[in-house]
Design a protein around this ligand. Structure first.
Ligand code: AQP
Length: 338
């Protein structure tokens, strides 16, 4: 079946499961800002995803505001992008149920993020954590989004979203949902943990030294980079020299992403340099780029009512797009509406 041409539209989100990290900024928010103005953009704080693991209710509301403050401080403009939190648009949960009935258990069993998060405790984790990718598919397809900027860790979930859309379209003989493209590009596809270059930098990692938080001050950022794990070798002469050095590669990629340059260009500038030279330069760059954002986040967080107002207004706009698509989905499936 040839696909209908859908109007280009971006959807993406971040879950408020902790404070924002440099991984969230470089892998997601910075790129969200880059896509603003190029096509219609919808950015969500996905609070219903956050509760797939335990969240303190008071903290959750606060973290939801903090992610929204991060969006705004980094340059997302509510006049240009729709900004809202997921739970204010119940159609996400409603479409997710339909997708729970489209997706196959075998597909879910292949999701590596579930395996990583559940680990050996798979019997004890919530059913929501297992079904998370169906809710993510609903988030995206509820807006007929054609493009989803994500870090590499989310690629498999966007592929599952395409599988769900294709199966729905096939089962109901309706060319209704787009096959969404994951947008994964640039040097910051996967920012790694500062203490172990084989693990992703995460909000919920055990030690604070593993990650740079968007709210860290200059001294903390410098300390974390200084203590970041590296190896005794100096910076190689070519990029190939980083292939077996995950921690070194990570620091080079962070520098490249922060400074909008390629990893090759960083190597060209620092070939032969020791960590004593590179790490302070990296810390200075990170402070230069992050401190205006963290200052603005703190200012915004002083006025939570204003953040709530922006999210409420965004939710109203989001419902305006989502509800007709949900109604059409119900009609296609044959769910009676009186
Ligand atoms: N380390 C990372 N490198 C590049 N991109 C990243 N993203 C997250 N970590 C990195 C991208 O940020 C977006 C939002 O992610 P999320 O918060 O919704 O989910 P996550 O990937 O599970 O994030 P965390 O920080 O690892 O959260 P916890 O610890 O709570 O599970 C996505 O586009 C993601 O790719």
């Amino acid at each position: 079946m040839t696909q209908t041409t859908f109007t280009p539209r971006v959807f993406s989100g971040i879950k408020p499961s902790g404070g924002l990290t440099l991984g969230n900024y470089l892998g997601a928010i910075k790129r969200f800002v880059g896509m603003q103005g190029q096509m219609e953009t919808i950015y969500c704080v996905v609070d219903m995803h956050a509760i797939t693991v335990w969240q303190d209710p008071k903290e959750l509301a606060n973290m939801t505001r903090e992610v929204a403050a991060g969006y705004l401080a980094a340059g997302l403009d509510p006049a240009q992008s729709i900004l809202f939190n997921q739970s204010q648009v119940p159609a996400h949960a409603e479409l997710a149920w339909i997708f729970n009935c489209v997706a196959r258990v075998g597909w879910m069993n292949r999701m590596t993020q579930f395996k990583d998060k559940a680990g050996s405790n798979a019997e004890k984790v919530s059913l929501g954590l297992y079904a998370y990718p169906a809710l993510m598919a609903a988030d995206i397809l509820l807006y007929h989004a054609t493009h989803v900027p994500v870090g590499e860790d989310q690629k498999q979930h966007v592929e599952l979203t395409r599988d769900i859309a294709a199966k729905f379209n096939h089962d109901f003989a309706a060319d209704f949902f787009p096959l969404t493209t994951p947008v994964i590009e640039g040097p910051a596809m996967r920012i790694m943990n500062l203490r172990d270059g084989t693990k992703k930098m995460s909000k919920s990692g055990v030690s604070d030294m593993e990650r740079i938080n968007m709210t860290d001050d200059a001294t903390t950022i410098a300390k974390k980079f200084k203590k970041a794990k590296t190896d005794p070798e100096p910076m190689p002469e070519t990029i190939d020299g980083l292939a077996t050095r995950p921690e070194a590669r990570n620091l080079v990629e962070i520098y490249a992403a922060l400074n909008d340059m390629t990893a090759e260009a960083v190597i060209a500038e620092y070939a032969g340099a020791g960590w004593g030279r590179f790490k302070p330069a990296l810390a200075d760059l990170a402070v230069e780029k992050l401190s205006p954002i963290s200052l603005e986040m703190a200012r915004l967080m002083d006025d939570p009512a204003e953040i709530d107002r922006i999210l409420g207004q965004g939710a109203q706009k989001a419902r305006g797009i989502a509800e007709p698509i949900l109604r059409q989905t119900y009609d296609i499936v044959g769910l009676l509406r009186s």
